[in-house]
Design a protein around this ligand. Structure first.
Ligand SMILES: C[S@@+](CC[C@H](N)C(=O)[O-])C[C@H]1O[C@@H](n2cnc3c(N)ncnc32)[C@H](O)[C@@H]1O
Length: 222
C-alpha cells in the first residue's frame, strides 16, 4: 500500500455527513423505498453496460451502509467497501456477512486512500460528489478515484439543468441560504476526468422528469 498523504482536516471536518454515529447510519438504511429502488436501477443499468471480462474487482467508496456493495457482491464482483463513518462500516460488514459475501470493508478518507494505484478494475462513488461546493474538492476527489482504478469509474452527480436544481438555485438567490446539494455539469465532469486520462463511457439518468441525480461512467484511455 502507498503511504497516504495527510488529508486536509478541513475537508473531513467541513463535511457533516460522515456516518460515524449509529443513528445517522441507521437512518440511511430506511431511505424511501421508491428512491432506493430507482437509485439501484441506475446502478444496475450502468454496471450491466460494463464489459464482463474486464471487471472482476470493485471498490465501493463511500460505501455508506453498504447497499451498493451488497448488490455488487451478489452479482459476483469481488468487493472492497470503504467509508469514513464507523457506524456505516459496521452496518456494511454486518449486511455483507449476513448475505454470505466475503468483502474487504475498511475505513478510508476518500481524498487520500491507502490503496495502490490501479488497485481495482472499477470504482463506484455514489451520492458524494454533490456534497462538495468547492471545485478543488471535486477535482481532488475525482483524481483519487482515478488513481486507484484500472479501468472504470462510476460516479453520481446532480445535473444543473433539472427542474430540482433550478429550483434550488432560485431558492439560494432569493433567501441567500447555502444549498447542500451542488450540481456539476457533465462538461465539467468530463474535463476533470480527462485531466486524469479518463473519457466518458456511458450515462444513466434517474427516472422521472424532476430528478437531477445522474450516474456517469468514465473509462481509462488505453
Ligand atoms: C450519502 S452517503 C452515500 C453512501 C453510499 N454510496 C450510498 O449511496 O448508499 C455518503 C457517505 O460518505 C461518507 N463520507 C463522507 N466524507 C467522506 C470521506 N472524506 N471519506 C470517506 N467517506 C466519506 C459518509 O460517512 C457517508 O456514509
Amino acid at each position: 500500500m502507498n503511504s497516504p498523504t495527510q488529508p486536509s482536516s478541513n475537508r473531513v471536518l467541513n463535511y457533516e455527513r460522515v456516518k460515524s454515529d449509529k443513528h445517522s447510519a441507521q437512518l440511511y438504511t430506511r431511505r424511501k423505498p421508491a428512491k432506493h429502488k430507482s437509485e439501484m436501477k441506475m446502478v444496475s443499468q450502468a454496471v450491466l453496460m460494463l464489459p464482463n471480462d474486464e471487471v472482476k474487482t470493485f471498490l465501493d467508496v463511500p460505501c455508506g451502509v453498504g447497499r451498493m456493495s451488497l448488490w455488487l457482491g451478489q452479482k459476483g464482483f469481488s468487493i472492497t467497501a470503504s467509508d469514513l463513518g464507523e457506524a456505516a462500516l459496521d452496518l456494511t460488514k454486518r449486511s455483507m456477512s449476513d448475505a454470505g459475501i466475503n468483502a474487504d470493508v475498511n475505513s478510508q478518507n476518500i481524498f487520500s486512500m491507502t490503496y495502490d494505484d490501479r488497485s481495482f478494475d472499477a470504482t463506484i462513488c455514489f451520492r458524494l460528489l454533490h456534497h462538495f461546493s468547492d471545485q478543488q474538492n471535486q477535482t481532488d476527489l475525482i483524481a483519487e478515484l482515478c488513481r486507484c482504478t484500472k479501468k472504470y469509474v462510476l460516479i453520481s452527480y446532480l445535473s444543473p439543468y433539472s427542474y430540482t436544481s433550478m429550483r434550488r438555485k432560485m431558492r439560494k438567490l432569493l433567501t441567500g441560504k447555502p444549498v447542500k446539494q451542488n450540481p456539476t455539469s457533465l462538461r465539467e465532469l468530463k474535463s476533470m476526468f480527462s485531466a486524469n486520462g479518463f473519457e466518458l463511457f456511458s450515462t444513466v439518468k434517474r427516472s422521472g422528469l424532476l430528478h437531477s441525480l445522474q450516474l456517469a461512467t468514465f473509462a481509462k484511455i488505453d
